[in-house]
Design a protein around this ligand. Structure first.
Ligand code: UDP
Ligand code: MG
Length: 346
């Protein structure tokens, strides 16, 4: 069935959640880039859109795009599973060739695809876009993002390049490696870093969103940061140990001083404020340490349930592509070759 050698197909993977307004703007740009890549590198270009449980007509918009172009495949998840799971679902379904991950909102310019392919052809497995500027994003987001990359860079042993998102090209073997990582708490930037191989950055200017609004508010970003740190470092657990040691040391010194004072000056009962301070301080330290353990324990609990990473509602592969079942993958793939024009999933 596979008429194309590994180096001759590229699938652009786009996860979308409530992006009905952005997709029609993005699609012509992707197709133009793929035409260009086809002419320059003799590549067969494909597009795979994943509807991550949108509620605003994104699926209908996708169906219209797919009806107009046979190179487009569509995947609809049973509900909103989050960007990481949606991307995983898409990458699981790429049988041949490389994958290029792109945001649906036009913030990752498809015009760069040819530059990514050039690098891939030079032998790189993971070509990632590194943002030089972040247009249209407030200083809070830029500041916290900056801080986050520095903290995780220090804490984690896995190399996670700074200012790098999911915008990247993965070679067939990098894709294969990534598919083996089936953890439920998915911090994709870390997973990309973990697989290794030959990596190179392509710098680009990050544009503002073309339409719609960002799904990542500060609270989601905070949780995302927690995911990254707990998923790729156990340093917080060690911090609890050191904090405990330090407190014990201080307590020992203070105890010695109290005993010495009692021996020299007698034992007049006093020091209620000191006692309260010590009790409250110790209580606080213990709760923080418990909380840290809880963060890891909770994740362990979720992993132990072994639930699928996502569930598929509808899978409409482009013609000529069957459904793939990757072992141990969450979500059954129902191969349904219906005409996508109907705009309705199962
Ligand atoms: N996205 C998704 N599922 C979600 C949230 C976001 O598939 O639950 C997609 C979204 O449609 C977009 C990409 O992930 O294509 C990046 O999201 P967004 O632009 O909101 O994030 P930001 O660029 O602000 O970090
Ligand atoms: Mg965006």
């Amino acid at each position: 069935m596979n008429a194309f050698p590994e180096h001759e197909r590229l699938t652009v993977v786009v996860a979308a959640f409530n992006e009905a307004d952005s997709l029609p703007l993005l699609q012509p740009r992707i197709l133009a880039a793929l035409e260009d890549a086809g002419a320059r590198f003799g590549l067969e270009g494909r597009v795979l859109y994943i509807d991550d449980g949108s509620r605003d007509g994104t699926w209908e918009a996708m169906c219209r795009l797919a009806a107009a172009d046979p190179r487009i495949g569509l995947l609809r998840l049973s509900r909103n599973f989050g960007k990481e799971a949606a991307l995983t679902a898409g990458l699981d379904r790429i049988e041949h060739g490389a994958a290029l991950i792109l945001d649906a909102d036009g913030q990752d310019p498809p015009e760069l695809i040819s530059r990514f392919i050039e690098r891939w052809r030079e032998g790189y497995d993971d070509v990632h876009g590194t943002r030089l500027a972040r247009e249209g994003e407030g200083w809070v987001k830029r500041g916290t993002a900056h801080l986050f990359y520095r903290v995780i860079g220090r804490l984690s042993k896995t190399p996670i390049p700074a200012d790098t998102g999911d915008f990247r090209l993965l070679s067939p073997r990098a894709l294969e490696a990534l598919r083996q990582l089936r953890e439920r708490h998915r911090f994709m930037k870390g997973l990309f870093g973990w697989i290794g191989f030959n990596r190179i950055a392509v710098e680009y200017q990050r544009e503002p969103r073309s339409a719609g609004r960002s799904k990542f508010n500060l609270w989601r970003l905070w949780n995302f940061a927690l995911e990254g740190i707990t998923g790729f470092s156990t340093a917080p657990l060690r911090l609890a140990t050191y904090l405990g040691l330090l407190t014990a040391l201080v307590a020992f010194g203070y105890g010695a001083w109290v005993i010495a004072k009692a021996l020299v000056f007698g034992d007049a009962v006093q020091g209620w404020p000191t006692m309260m301070a010590v009790i409250l301080f110790l209580g606080g330290v213990q709760l923080i340490a418990l909380g840290m353990i809880g963060e890891y324990l909770g994740r362990l609990y979720m992993e132990s349930k072994q639930r699928p990473l996502y569930l598929v509602d509808t899978w409409l592969p482009p013609p000529g592509v069957g459904s793939v079942r990757v072992q141990g993958v969450g979500g059954e793939s129902h191969a349904q070759r219906e005409a996508p024009a109907g705009g309705q999933g199962q």
